[in-house]
Design a binder for this molecule. Structure first.
Ligand SMILES: *Cc1c(COP(=O)(O)O)cnc(C)c1O
Length: 472
């Protein structure tokens, strides 16, 4: 079969645009320049009646989004926790679209199913998770929480003789959820989706380092004896705090609780020989959520759920109907483990990223980003008018900017911080985000892109210096 010339041209044009985009990252402004109204005007074409040539559609799309893309694929994007894409992962993601497999069953996507089998086993080894743990390749950490906590809901109610998949939650023993007070908002959303409700949450107070202490966990557990889920964190968003898993998890298990860990980016500390102690003991938990699209640097739409009790996981997710040919216990059907039915074969980019990087490349990626984060925090924190708020436990940290004058108030410093962040971002040299942390405005420094190098760090520090001078 030959591809018709106009269609071939569309694919070829997309490829050319993609390379030009990547090659232009270093020169292009990091933050998007286009305003909301600009983008609405550029993209808001009337939907035509007549078809257009595919090539023209692609060229117009590229022209119309110009200025409306953040350079998050580049090395000076330090906002949120975003990550870029390693080349093998981007390329495999293209092929995933071209192959267009429906990765719900082995029968509907044979190679896609096996790639997940293989990559899932690699990941368990990399994270030190139990070999018997089940897993699911989901859209992001949000859905990984939903998947893991659905398994948890099954597990803690099964232990009380209640089949939640059949009976639902009405009339079930109430589940209480003890969770790190600085948990990510996606945990709360998962509890809402699963019908547990945020009223079930009992926040666990944190020590000065942002960690749950054994005494706090013991006290919270002693408040009740119903089915209990404990949610801990590997890598908090602002300071990358890690809960002391080796101390906490045995306490929770002794009380019969299910322990879930949000390790969206922090679980990746496990792949670095020098950083792995941060997540020491995390492997003792019952379920783990993490992301592929952040630290592993695969394109978006990539989260990972792991569950120690595979039967609880399968019970919560399987559809097991007669019209769908089951893998017969031999092949692994993603549908038994995933919240979606039809789905993108998102194992391919993960598999490709892991193969490209290898163990040492993965460790180097984590170590390098941690070192760069520290260099940014130290470099910017040392500037006149700047202050370091937290070091980088892993690849995240905080700085802030101080209003001049002895009489400057907290509110003045907050305003000054937002003003400097805006000036850095407007320079196009780097992008940082702001956060209110423990009552003060701060600038978040987050390094999770494989591309970031020393030159990027130097450019970002210089941009901060210039912004401080220009806005003084
Ligand atoms: C990003 C993040 C999440 C949510 O992950 P998504 O992939 O955006 O769904 C959850 N927890 C933490 C700590 C995160 O950083």
């Amino acid at each position: 079969m030959t591809i018709a010339a106009p269609d071939r041209a569309a694919l070829q044009r997309a490829f050319d645009h993609a390379l030009a985009y990547l090659e232009g990252l270093d020169q292009a402004p990091v933050a998007s320049r286009a305003g909301l109204e600009d983008l609405r005007a550029a993209l808001g074409h009337a939907l035509g009646d007549a078809p257009l040539a595919a090539e023209a559609v692609i060229d117009a799309l590229v022209a119309d989004v110009a200025g409306g893309l953040h350079g998050s694929q580049g090395g000076r994007f330090f906002g949120w926790v975003i990550g870029g894409g390693v080349p093998a992962a981007i390329a495999a993601d293209w092929l995933t679209s071209v192959w267009d497999q429906n990765a719900c069953l082995h029968a509907s996507g044979p190679a896609a199913a096996v790639v997940e089998e293989v990559a899932g086993a690699w990941l368990k080894t990399l994270f030190d998770l139990p070999a018997e743990a089940s897993f699911a390749f989901v859209t992001g950490c949000q859905m990984a929480h939903v998947t893991c906590l659905a398994a948890a809901r099954h597990g803690v109610l099964r232990d009380r003789g209640w089949d939640v998949e059949r009976k639902g939650l009405a009339g079930a023993p109430p589940i209480r959820v003890l969770a790190n007070a600085d948990r990510h908002g996606s945990v709360d959303v998962a509890l809402r989706i699963l019908g547990l409700g945020t009223d079930a949450l009992r926040p666990l107070a944190l020590d000065a380092e942002g960690r749950v202490s054994p005494d706090e966990l013991r006290a919270a557990l002693a408040e009740g004896d119903g089915p209990t889920i404990v949610i801990l964190q590997a890598g908090e968003l602002n300071c990358a705090a890690f809960d002391p898993f080796r101390d906490l998890i045995p306490i929770a298990k002794a009380a019969g609780a299910w322990v879930h860990v949000d390790g969206a980016f922090g679980l990746w500390a496990k792949v670095s020989p020098t950083r792995r102690t941060l997540a020491d003991g995390v492997e003792l938990a019952d379920s783990w959520s993490t992301d592929g699209h952040k630290y592993l640097n695969v394109p978006y739409d990539s989260g990972l759920a792991f569950v120690r009790d595979a039967e609880a996981h399968r019970a919560a997710m399987t559809i097991a109907t007669s019209y769908l040919p089951a893998g017969g216990g031999v092949a692994r059907d993603p549908i038994d483990w995933n919240p979606e039915l039809s789905r993108r074969a998102r194992g391919f980019p993960i598999y490709a990223a892991l193969r490209q990087l290898g163990r040492s490349g993965l460790a180097a990626l984590v170590d390098r980003t941690c070192d760069h984060a520290q260099a940014l925090i130290d470099g910017i924190g040392a500037l006149d008018g700047a202050e370091k708020i937290s070091g980088s436990g892993l690849n995240q940290g905080l700085v802030r900017f101080l209003a001049p004058g002895a009489g400057a108030t907290q509110a003045d410093h907050d305003r000054r911080t937002d003003q400097v962040i805006a000036a850095i971002n407007a320079s196009g040299e780097a992008l940082f985000g702001g956060v209110t942390w423990r009552g003060r405005r701060c600038m978040r420094v987050s390094v999770s892109n494989w591309r970031t190098d020393e030159a990027d760090v130097a450019r970002a520090v210089a941009a901060a210096r210039a912004a401080l001078a220009a806005t003084n």
